[in-house]
Design a protein around this ligand. Sequence first.
Ligand SMILES: Nc1nc2c(ncn2[C@@H]2O[C@H](COP(=O)(O)OP(=O)(O)OP(=O)(O)O)[C@@H](O)[C@H]2O)c(=O)[nH]1
Ligand SMILES: [Mg+2]
Length: 403
Amino acid sequence: MANIVRSWKRNLFNIKCRLNLETIIKYLLILLCILGLTRWILMPVIYELVINFVYMFVIQRCVNGDLLWKHTTFKYTNDIKEAVVHCIPAVPEKESPIGWIAPFLEPSLSEPYLRLPANLTSNDRVVILTPLRDASKQLKHFSDQLTKLTYPHHLVSVYFGEDGSSDDTFDIANQIANQLIRRHGFRDAKVFKLPIKGNKSDRQTRHFPSKQIERRSHLAKARNLLTKLALKDEEWILWIDSDVGYFRDDVIQQFLFSDKDIMVASALVSKIDLGYFRTYGVFDRNTRRLKTASNGIKQYSTYVNDLKAEGREAKIDLVGACMLMIRADCLRKGLNFPEEPYMPDGIMVQFEGLESEGLGQLARDMGFEVYGLPFLEIYHLYDPDIKENWILNFLYFLYKLFL
Ligand SMILES: Nc1nc2c(ncn2[C@@H]2O[C@H](COP(=O)(O)OP(=O)(O)OP(=O)(O)O)[C@@H](O)[C@H]2O)c(=O)[nH]1
Ligand SMILES: [Mg+2]
């Protein structure tokens, strides 16, 4: 035994002697390369491959294969009624493990649900409200989206509510507000500096469950205060987050046509777009329908994008505020964004009772109609944290350049 210990010590001593500084640096460099390769190249590629695999072989099958819901609508041509059968994915019967991937439907399938009557007109006034914090990089793109709206600009006002920014968000938003009035004929536009304190959550930790109560109740305060400062004689309030990257030009008409008290678009995020390989994810996981599982206890959610089989509008319980249209009278009757958790039966997580999710439940309990519009898809900006992955972006850039 003593011999074994002695020889073991001798071996260790030999290894130590051989490990000079040069070798240590060499091995450290190799280790760093392996870590870097895994973190920056392999992981994102594997991640995207897995998503694409699920998308191609599970979702596509769902869209093209037998898991379809046949939804029939009617079309009138010269007074002849013609049935049109649309193939739409079925509403999941239980929580889907792939629920956060949005099935891509051919525009030919979606468009019939978004077609508006040619004679649709409205004189309703709409106020667009957007809370802002550290949004200077998003604002130019955001205002471009607003100026493209085809709803008459003289019926639309835009108000921003900013607080806590560490960049020049307030000044840029002011310039944009001026341009919206002077160049683009909007009814009014202004930026309010909101005198509220708190919410020091940073980008890296903002989605941690422990941060949600503070973050969401701060946002609720910002939204409530902005409503108080901005709402005048308008019929509708349209909340749009500054980091919504794409929405249809006729989005206001789409909401007005549906004409419910509370309406939410389906917010997706485009994860990667390589032509044939395209993946979409559900961004807004706040907008959802709650269901009780067969054991009667466990509650699960169906996101609005999974409710297409129900047609143009689908009833939901909780709402997100990425793009949220509210009939202004609901707010005049007392509806607001709860700053303290509003937790009726069945809600177990405190932050599900706050801000927009709380508003959805409060609206339902006050007797208002709460609906999601599954075909009205909007795109949240690519997550800036993923964007910082410059290697993947560079490969994508090369792909776009040469292919
Ligand atoms: N006034 C104000 N606006 C905020 C604050 N935090 C975020 N916002 C704005 O509120 C909207 C929603 O905030 P986001 O941080 O995008 O929230 P999210 O979409 O749930 O999550 P991420 O986009 O992943 O960060 C955006 O328009 C933000 O600019 C804040 O503390 N005060
Ligand atoms: Mg956002």
